[in-house]
Design a protein. Structure first.
Length: 207
């Protein structure tokens, strides 16, 4: 079962720009991916109720493959039939994005793994490929006791799959959020969150 732990922190630099850091670790079976990203964002005020954010991130990433944790089914599997019980590869990466925030409309485009210096291991098929994400959301009942916000997300992996998903979020009294959705041909999504001023806590699950 994939597991993801992530910590984000940001700091404003004046009224129009800011810096941030993202530290994340994702485990998928025998593979563990750890990365730290330093980002810069610039904000352009288009009107009183609409803002455009532009961002760029530079990242360090480590991929770790632990063959000694495998439950062996095929003794001839190249992933485990070698003298290297644990493999690691370190690389640098880059990402960029643009996000439009209107009074009710949200629209964004982001690209990950734009540059990756060390994409794969020698004995496994794992590889990092560029990914382009597009998001679209709209808030109904803006400012009311209950806000309803449908989300559409599409992830396209260059040289891989195109993965769309949809989610419907309900926000209560500007504090609590719950949501449910579906990732096409894949599974169901759910989330719960709490926010107060600058503090945000959230949990998400997909099956």
């Amino acid at each position: 079962t994939p597991k993801l732990y992530q910590l984000n922190a940001g700091l404003a630099l004046g009224n129009r720009s800011g810096i941030g850091i993202k530290v994340a670790q994702q485990s998928m079976g025998l593979l563990k991916v750890t990365n730290a990203t330093l980002g810069y964002a610039y904000r352009i005020k288009l009107s009183e109720k609409s803002i455009l954010h532009l961002g760029l991130g530079l990242a360090w990433q480590q991929n770790s493959f632990s063959a000694n944790r495998a439950v062996v089914i095929d003794n001839n599997d190249l992933s485990i039939n070698n003298n290297i019980a644990q493999q690691r590869s370190n690389n640098f990466d880059a990402e960029a994005g643009a996000l439009f925030l209107g009074n009710k409309l949200t629209f964004g485009v982001s690209a990950f793994h734009i540059y990756n210096a060390n994409k794969k291991f020698d004995v496994t098929s794992y590889t990092s490929k560029p990914q382009v994400n597009v998001i679209l959301a709209y808030k109904f009942n803006k400012g009311k006791t209950v806000e309803i916000e449908p989300w559409l997300v599409n992830r396209y992996t260059v040289g891989g799959n195109n993965q769309p998903e949809g989610m419907l979020n309900f926000k209560f009294k500007q504090l609590f959020t719950i949501g449910a959705g579906y990732r096409l041909n894949f599974g169901y999504l759910a989330l719960a969150g709490f926010e107060l001023d600058k503090i945000k806590i959230a949990y998400s699950f997909d099956y």
